[in-house]
Design a binder for this molecule. Structure first.
Ligand code: PEP
Length: 248
């Protein structure tokens, strides 16, 4: 399995940010891990051009479940692929919360991503209230059962565990908390998909920074990270990439 560092730029970045993208690509001409940046949709085509010929892949942050049609403001999976994207983040907690996305909708979007040849990065994670109620593993099980299609494989899917309370807050889950959930996810997908699940990458996300990346990457069944704030600038993103390379 090749490990993966993915950056989620969220609603940040205009064309000037392409310089940051070029800087990230230039700093890692032959990385030992996969590298992906998911810029806002407005930058996708330009980002693909800016990184052409480099090992930095470009991805979307969401897609519609339909390939085309009367869906004002939405973007389809084939459109992302047409812009040069190779992956798409789906079911991020900000989409689940702000746009009321359900597990079923996330699964349908993942199927659309597969049809377009994109890797679906399916996000799951509990809220603080759910953790405090002792419901974390039940929530994770429900999200996996509902969001991850039966046709998921190590080639077309990545799972990102992102505790909602750790995203953009500076609060990081403890290594024990991360390990417990990642081991649980691996057991769950192994029970469902058999040995093939051993190659499916599990990312941790939630305030990953240069200062905590190495210890997080030392946790069992953590195969990389989905990084928000610290993916915007090369100076923050590069040490995270190097920390993951240090585990190989
Ligand atoms: C994210 O947006 O997926 C995320 C993990 O953000 P941050 O790293 O800023 O917490």
């Amino acid at each position: 399995m090749r490990k993966l560092v993915a950056g989620n730029w969220k609603m940040n970045g205009t064309r000037a940010a392409l310089d940051d993208l070029r800087a990230i690509a230039a700093a890692h001409p032959s990385p030992q891990v996969d590298l992906l940046i998911c810029p806002p949709a407005t930058l996708l085509a330009a980002a693909s051009s800016a990184t052409e010929g480099t090992p930095l892949y470009i991805g979307g942050q969401d897609c519609h479940a339909a390939p085309s049609g009367a869906h004002t403001g939405d973007i389809s999976a084939p459109m992302l692929a047409d812009c040069g994207a190779t992956a798409v983040i789906l079911g991020h907690s900000e989409r689940r919360e702000n746009h009321h996305e359900t597990n079923g909708l996330v699964r349908d979007k993942a199927l659309a991503a597969f049809d377009a040849g994109l890797t679906a990065i399916i996000c799951i994670g509990e809220t603080l209230a759910q953790r405090e109620a002792g419901d974390t593993l039940d929530v994770i099980r429900d999200q996996l059962d509902g969001s991850l299609p039966d046709t998921a494989t190590a080639a077309n899917s990545v799972i990102a565990y992102e505790p909602v309370w750790a995203i953009g807050t500076g609060k990081v889950a403890s290594l024990d908390q991360i390990g417990e959930v990642h081991d649980f996810i691996r057991e769950n997908i192994t029970a469902r998909f058999g040995d093939a699940a051993s190659g499916l990458r599990l990312l941790y996300g939630g305030s990953v920074k240069p200062g905590n990346a190495a210890e997080i990457f030392g946790v069992s069944n953590v195969d990389g990270a989905l990084v928000g704030g610290a993916s915007l600038k090369e100076v923050d993103f590069s040490p995270i990439i190097k920390a993951l390379e240090g585990t190989i």
